[in-house]
Design a protein around this ligand. Structure first.
Ligand SMILES: [Cu+2]
Length: 475
């Protein structure tokens, strides 16, 4: 692989200056710990650029990018009062948590959006250990792109860190992709750019790791570390590589997989991967987290810097993560069969599509801001795509008849990916968000064990807004 070091995505030069940006400080007294959403600033671009005005979460003080890490142990409750100090309504979605429906934050399906100046109490059980994230689920294409996202870690009840063969430390890496002007301000006038929405979404030009461009990550020589990698970008699919670190994949979207050595890790928007790496004792080259921006020219997005006293390398096989005990296994003998056909976008378009009860051609759809459809319906929020009886296995065949990849997310459930383009998938790959390439067909299966109305949408958030949105009901 070609490796181009320290290449910046930023175009133009830093135009320092601009108006001072003062976040409001209005923490209310409340019984629940506060999670406040408000304007803030963050030093996203390298030193020398100005701080970027963002919208961000805070549990105290000013909002930070990424949002504060929320961390509980499996079986515990997560309790936060959302305080909305944004100029828009908002809601918080707890991505990947098999949550009770009323707490899912999918406005307006599971709750009314929280108006500016108001609050909403989130209080729910986190049943399964793993790497998750939380983010805005109202005008996500704008609010997530402005910074409203943070990591959510559910620790296992069984010890793993420090056990034989396991890592001795863990590190959360929140990856994001920002569309910045030359002065490091977020581009603000193209939220509903239909051209971008009809292609691969509102792509950024600056990749950050934990809210910084090209950070140095301190590593003890010889240490084994569990990385919890989260792609919070609104559009960018991230091919990642960790050369020289012997990466082994441990979990996908929070769910453990049998450990396997990987050369690259492909993370679509909203997907997560847990990866164990071994820092060499005496690295002879700079070790970095590499990302392919789409042209197979791998660039580094963070540096692993050998710091401190060496640790004795851990020999032998890596210790698997403890299995989930709570996820029902699909019964494939007589599943409820459903299909999800994705159509639309540039260069392919779609035949007649229904939008708000009317059948329209592509041109009429575009004049309504629509470019995509699920099963012939754009933005189909009036009726469920399908209904499943509580406890029934659903087999969903998904076909992408467009020129672009999509990241399909099912709320409230995790599903097993059975086949990809007719070939068997790696057994045990259980996810809450799956990437589907152009003209691919995927079969997934899950037990509809969580009652309620659940969103099913593309996590390329401008695709979602331009039509790739629907819901299913479990009752
Ligand atoms: Cu999509």
């Amino acid at each position: 692989m070609t490796h181009i070091s320290r290449r910046t995505f930023l175009t133009g030069v830093a135009a320092l200056g601009g108006t001072a940006f003062l976040p409001r400080m209005t923490f209310a007294d409340t019984a629940l710990p506060v999670l406040r959403a408000a304007p803030s600033t963050a030093q996203l671009a390298p030193a020398g650029y100005r701080a970027t005005p963002v919208w961000a979460y805070a549990t105290k003080g000013a909002g930070i990018i990424p949002g504060p890490e929320i961390r509980v142990t499996a079986g515990e409750r997560i309790r936060h009062q959302l305080v909305n100090d944004l100029p828009q309504p908002t809601a918080v979605h707890w991505h990947g948590i098999r949550i009770e429906n009323a707490m899912d934050g999918a406005a307006p399906l599971t709750q009314a959006p929280v108006p500016p100046g108001e609050t909403f109490d989130y209080d729910f059980l986190a049943p399964d250990p793993g790497t998750y994230w939380y983010h805005s689920h109202d005008r996500g294409f704008e609010q997530v792109a402005r910074g409203l996202a943070g990591p959510l870690i559910v620790e296992d009840r069984e010890p793993w860190l420090g056990e034989p063969g396991a890592a001795t430390r863990e590190l959360t890496l929140v990856l994001d992709d920002w569309l910045l002007e030359g002065d490091a301000a977020i581009v603000e006038d193209r939220w509903d750019d239909l051209h971008a929405a009809a292609h691969d979404g509102r792509m950024g030009n600056t990749v950050t790791v934990n809210g910084r461009a090209y950070p140095d990550l301190d590593m003890r020589p010889g240490e084994r570390v569990r990385l919890r990698i989260i792609n919070t970008a609104t559009a960018r699919v991230m091919p990642l590589a960790l050369p020289g670190l012997s990466p082994r994949l441990m979990a996908l979207d929070g769910h453990p997989v049998p450990p396997r050595a990987v050369e690259t890790i492909l993370l679509g928007p909203a997907q997560r991967a847990d990866v164990v790496i071994d820092m060499p004792l005496d690295p002879d080259v700079q070790i970095a987290l590499l990302l392919d921006p789409g042209n197979e020219e791998w660039v580094d997005v963070a540096a692993f810097v050998a710091t401190g006293e060496p640790l004795a390398p851990i020999e032998g096989e890596v210790r698997p993560l403890p299995a989930w005990s709570t996820l029902p296994v699909p019964d494939l003998s007589d599943p409820r069969r459903e299909v999800l056909l994705m159509e639309g976008g540039a260069m392919r378009g779609m035949l007649e599509t229904r939008y708000q009860g009317e059948v329209m051609d592509f041109r009429e759809l575009a004049s309504n801001g629509m470019a995509w459809a699920f099963n012939g319906v754009a933005h189909g929020m009036d009726a469920p795509m399908f209904r499943a009886a509580l406890g029934r296995t659903v087999h969903l065949e998904m076909t992408n008849r467009s020129m672009f990849p999509h990241a399909i997310h099912l709320h409230g459930h995790h599903f097993e990916v059975l086949t990809r383009s007719g070939a068997l998938n790696t057994p045990g790959d259980v996810r809450d968000t799956v990437l589907i390439g152009a003209d691919e067909t995927l079969e997934i299966a899950f037990v509809a064990d969580n009652p309620g109305q659940w969103m099913l949408h593309c996590h390329m958030l401008s695709h979602q807004e331009a039509g790739m949105m629907g819901w299913f009901e479990v009752a």
